[in-house]
Design a protein around this ligand. Sequence first.
Ligand SMILES: NC(=O)C1=CN([C@@H]2O[C@H](COP(=O)(O)OP(=O)(O)OC[C@H]3O[C@@H](n4cnc5c(N)ncnc54)[C@H](O)[C@@H]3O)[C@@H](O)[C@H]2O)[C@@H](O)CC1
Ligand SMILES: [K+]
Length: 524
Amino acid sequence: MMLFGSEILTTAQMRAIESDAIDSGAATGLQLMERAGTLAAGHIRLANPKPGRAVILCGPGNNGGDGYVVARQLHHAGWSVRVLGLDNMPGPDAAHMKALWQELGPIHPLSDEQLHGEAPADIYVDAIFGTGLTRPADHRIMAILKRLGSDDPRYRDKLYAIDCVSGLCLDCGAMLGWPDDQLSRAPHARMTIAFDSPKPGHLLRPGCLLSGQVVIADIGISAQRRAAATQRQPLHAIRRPGDAAPGLPRLLGKSPEGHKYRHGHAIIVAGAAGHGGAARLSARAALRLGAGLVTLCPPQPAMPEHAGPPDALMRRPIDDGAALADLLTDGRISSICIGPGCGINRAAELLPTALQTRLPCILDADALSAIARDDSLLAQLHDRCVLTPHEGEFSRLFPDIAARLHKAEHQAGKTCHSRIDATRDASARSGAVVLLKGPDTVVAAPTGECCIHSALDVPWLATAGSGDVLAGMAAGLLARAIPPFHAAGLAALLHAEAARQFGPGLIADDLPEQIPSVLRALEV
Ligand SMILES: NC(=O)C1=CN([C@@H]2O[C@H](COP(=O)(O)OP(=O)(O)OC[C@H]3O[C@@H](n4cnc5c(N)ncnc54)[C@H](O)[C@@H]3O)[C@@H](O)[C@H]2O)[C@@H](O)CC1
Ligand SMILES: [K+]
């Protein structure tokens, strides 16, 4: 699907692909390490064209091995290189790279005292731990990491991470051994050079906030990755609109022969008088995304407050389940949105009727609260439903799954349960598509298909009503017969892009109005 960019690999999948490459004779471990370190050094040099002073911190395993290659390559490129490493004998590949470095220069102790005693450098390279991290670093390594993360201008904005910032669990994005309130003191890389494919930890918080620019170095194992692709549950990053996404204009465009009903009819359920703004935001978004018709359905007493623009919006009072059932006999209706400003009791009353039709359905806000307090509603969900919870709503809907997200076990080096796992579990349990909102939005389908959308660069999206617009966007896309998993992912992408284009000062009302410009930029 054109919506998706890179595949994301877990660390186990990455290891399996590397093993395939080595076992098949496509490359030796030593060759992979040489490529990894050489490519990392290349990216560092691209970012720092003038040779300067580098301090390379090398850990006990293959990540350290990559570090010794970086050291050698920077040395040959004219850099003044100091290496801090452990007095250990790593695996054979890293030991070989360590020995090659030792022909060029010494290895000083990997300690905080040594690091602090070094003359200031232009860059620091973190090659302490990569995908092999299994537990929090000990206090000696922690002291180094804290120094690299400190406010000291000697270190700030000078860190290049090999595969990841050390301490980061690449499967879930947690920093092992770092309490949440200390994360501001964790090392923040200027750049992370990762190999072959991004890992979940590069895209999930807090990892994504610590990784800086993530560049992916191609170490020549893509054939093995592709060969084993069908054995993996699909997990992708959603493209940014600026990345080539040739199919999107066709998906979002309208054919000249189409009349309004060809583009679907979205029903947006609104709530009691005085609470209509949220549903109107949803309705505007659905209209702007090209749903042929959008009907706003408040209860009769609330009708007067919806008299204003947009005139394109139709209104029809819906007082109870029977009235909704009557409306939904119109076979041209192609999606329903329940939740924004709806009221929990009203959502609970209307949900059985809406779900019985098996029409594509966006369930947000009060609809999620209604489902959270009534398991029988959860049991009625189906694979054309899209749930759009934020973290609080997610915890109320799926308390046991959310509890597993709690990092305590993982901090102790035990199980790792990521936002991806949690969203997939929630989707499997509910039988619906689940979009877990955040700067690292995760969308999962009951099939296990999953995607991540990063919107770290648009903090302005965290504003009242923003979620109502997202729900309306998804309702508009569902009305246009875009399948639920893709409608959810695409809504996340267009929503963030609207905020990105508008920029600072954004309020939710601006988001639907920005959609035409987003679509124009996509050449729809
Ligand atoms: N496997 C391969 O073929 C390749 C691996 N590459 C590099 O190798 C890295 C993975 O290497 P490793 O599997 O050796 O693992 P790491 O180098 O990430 O970690 C080293 C070892 O430290 C130990 N360890 C884990 N947590 C620890 C802790 N908290 N304190 C002390 N020791 C701890 C583990 O035994 C682990 O094997 C990747 O991140 C990447 O940088 C690249 O060279 C490309 C090729
Ligand atoms: K590292």
